[in-house]
Write a protein that binds this ligand. Structure first.
Ligand code: PMP
Length: 293
């Protein structure tokens, strides 16, 4: 039998993933005028469930509003579930993307956005389940994070060029991931994950106005009772454990920050295991974070 083609939701219909073509004059292609989300669904005892779907779509709505893209949260919610069902995905990464297309004449390339077509798509991809994934090696990035006063920390497409520059630099220098530090020496976040530290058994969520308000960060704070406060690069180097967290990364221990090596990470491993149970619906107290597919 032919393998079922991957389907995606595009402007109101489920279509084969390789079918839709965005015009070369799409505004988002030229200027990064789109907003996206990264969401995950998990196989639970009661079938597939999406983790914190309304919160992800609410963050997306805020980004869309900023760019002047009308965004129907209920439609995106429905499109997400439809796509997962169509693909039969259980453990999956979900990528909704809303963007500005072409003007009515099809050839406008100016900066004004009124009159441009608005588009929405939802793509789902099966994820490989790897618990206790490898420990990441971080390096302080020579790049600064986009300051919130220039680009608010939302998932705006163009803003990710900043993350990509930092990620690329860290890879070229043999590390797994980049850590953004601001001009005053305060830790901001990684290219696609928020940062925590553990010192003397106390868990601290690193807070910074330029960092994306992560949903995983919020989840880990709720699960651990972590304090949230600004932390300097200097203080981070002195921590017992460092970990990063995000929808894709989940809870990921850090093995080194430049030349500083971190030893065992018992608190991180415990939180990692708890997070894995929560997202799979094995912790009834947090079942409200799951949307059944
Ligand atoms: N920071 C950045 C820059 C990110 O792209 C992400 C991933 N969305 C995160 C933090 C973590 O956010 P979340 O936990 O909501 O996935």
């Amino acid at each position: 039998a032919q393998p079922k083609p991957l389907m995606l939701w595009f402007d109101g219909a489920l279509v084969p993933a390789d079918a839709p073509q965005a015009p070369l004059t799409s505004h988002a292609l030229h200027y990064g005028t789109g907003v996206f989300e990264g969401i995950r669904s998990y196989a639970t005892r009661d079938g597939a469930a999406v983790f914190r779907l309304p919160e992800h779509l609410e963050r997306m709505r805020r980004g869309a509003e900023l760019l002047g893209i009308e965004f129907d949260l209920a439609q995106a919610f429905d499109a997400t579930l439809q796509t997962l069902r169509a693909n039969g995905h259980r453990d999956a990464y979900i990528r909704p993307l809303a963007w500005l297309g072409t003007g009515l004449d099809g050839i406008t390339v100016g900066l004004d956005v009124p009159g441009l077509r608005r588009h929405l798509m939802v793509l789902t991809l099966p994820t490989v389940v790897h618990l206790n994934g490898k420990r990441a090696r971080l390096t302080v990035s020579p790049w600064r994070r986009n300051p919130a006063s220039s680009l608010p920390p939302l998932k705006l497409c163009g803003a990710y060029v900043n993350s990509i520059l930092a990620k690329r630099d860290s890879r070229l220098r043999g590390f797994d991931e980049a850590l953004f530090v601001d001009g005053e020496g305060y830790v901001v976040e990684c290219t696609g994950a928020n940062v925590f530290m553990v010192k003397g058994g106390r868990v601290t969520a690193i807070e910074h106005p330029d960092a994306l308000p992560g949903i995983t960060r919020d989840t880990v704070i709720a699960l651990s009772g972590a304090e949230s406060r600004p932390v300097t690069h200097h203080e981070l180097l002195d921590a017992d454990e460092v970990f990063v967290c995000g929808t894709a990364a989940e809870v990921a221990p850090v093995s080194a920050l430049d030349r500083r090596e971190f030893g065992d990470n018992p608190v991180t491993r415990e939180l990692q295991a708890l997070y894995a149970r929560v997202v799979r619906g094995e912790e009834p107290a947090h079942a409200h974070w799951l949307t059944a597919v």
